[in-house]
Design a protein around this ligand. Structure first.
Ligand SMILES: Cc1cc2nc3c(=O)[nH]c(=O)nc-3n(C[C@H](O)[C@H](O)[C@H](O)COP(=O)(O)O)c2cc1C
Length: 278
């Protein structure tokens, strides 16, 4: 069979998880003839859609944004066609919670004719700060990925499954399909919603116009001619902040800073749970 590893990963956490999970699947399936990696982070990689057959296995991995699948990716995801391929839905979150993201991704994949066999939520460094899950994924996460891949291979082969610990039946997740989904709304100290919709990064005097941020922006929103200008929509993915060699891009909006610091206060010392469903 062919294994396709698809992911969207502005700051590298999802890529790390997806690649590691890909290796675990190759080890357990044993008959993987070819592996294709499809990184659709950049806009130019979302122009041509990947194609699958019913004999393929597809791993689709996305970051959790506001407890959901990144909403600006929905038009792309809705255009995918699984052609009945066996599929694994995966979301990666930054130590707060994955909320409705995994159910939403399963739902989207089923609608796109993927035959969803398994789903998993994993943890990686939060794009906003290294103080949230800065050392994830770690050995414990890799161990779960390995056991998850074993269970997926067993399921696809019709072998009996043994589930333990953070491994649940896919039916428990499927029971939530069709239920109303909610976005997570950060709140300020007074309990009022923080609106970050129009927030964009600032560019400091450190910027030397190299254009690396423009080349890495998943929405193509940074001007190539003048990288100091963020001309289009911003999804707050922090790709520009993390890739700038001059550290010239930053989010300074008070609401953003409050939310980031509040996340560190609330989730900086806890271990976000990985959960898998097969
Ligand atoms: C705009 C935005 C919203 C996020 N929302 C959540 C969230 O609701 N829960 C959570 O635990 N992590 C959240 N995160 C953290 C990401 O899910 C996490 O950093 C993920 O690993 C990012 O993937 P990447 O490293 O491949 O870009 C958010 C990150 C961003 C940029």
């Amino acid at each position: 069979m062919k294994l396709h590893i698809l992911y969207f990963s502005p700051t590298g956490g999802v890529r790390q998880v997806a690649q590691k999970m890909g290796h675990a699947l190759i080890a357990h399936f044993g008959d993987v003839l070819s592996v294709s990696e499809f990184d659709f982070t950049l806009p130019q990689n979302r122009v041509v859609l990947p194609a699958f057959t019913a004999d393929d296995v597809v791993l689709l991995a996305l970051p959790v944004y506001a407890g959901r699948v990144p909403n600006l990716l929905l038009p792309y995801l809705k255009n995918l066609c699984g052609s009945g391929a066996k599929a694994i839905a995966m979301v990666v979150y930054g130590n707060r919670a994955y909320d409705d993201a995994l159910v939403e991704l399963c739902q989207l994949m089923q609608m796109a004719d993927f035959n969803v066999q398994a789903a998993g939520a994993f943890v990686a460094r939060h794009a906003f700060t290294d103080l949230l899950a800065g050392n994830r994924p770690d050995a414990e996460d890799y161990d779960l990925m390995f056991r998850f891949a074993q269970a997926i291979a067993d399921k696809c082969r019709g072998r009996e499954l043994s589930r333990e610990g953070e491994m649940y039946s896919l039916e428990t997740l499927k029971a939530d399909l069709g239920k109303p989904l909610h976005y997570y709304r950060p709140k300020d100290a007074a309990g009022n919603a923080i609106d970050m919709l129009r927030v964009k990064p600032i560019t400091t005097a450190q910027c030397n116009g190299c254009g690396i941020c423009a080349a890495h922006c998943p929405l193509g929103s940074i001007s190539v001619d003048n990288p100091k200008e963020v001309v289009g929509k911003c999804m707050k993915c922090c790709s520009c902040v993390r890739c700038c060699p001059q550290q010239a891009k930053a989010f300074t909006d008070p609401g953003f800073i409050y939310h980031r610091d509040d996340l560190v206060r609330c989730f900086g010392k806890t271990r976000g749970r990985c959960e898998v469903f097969v």
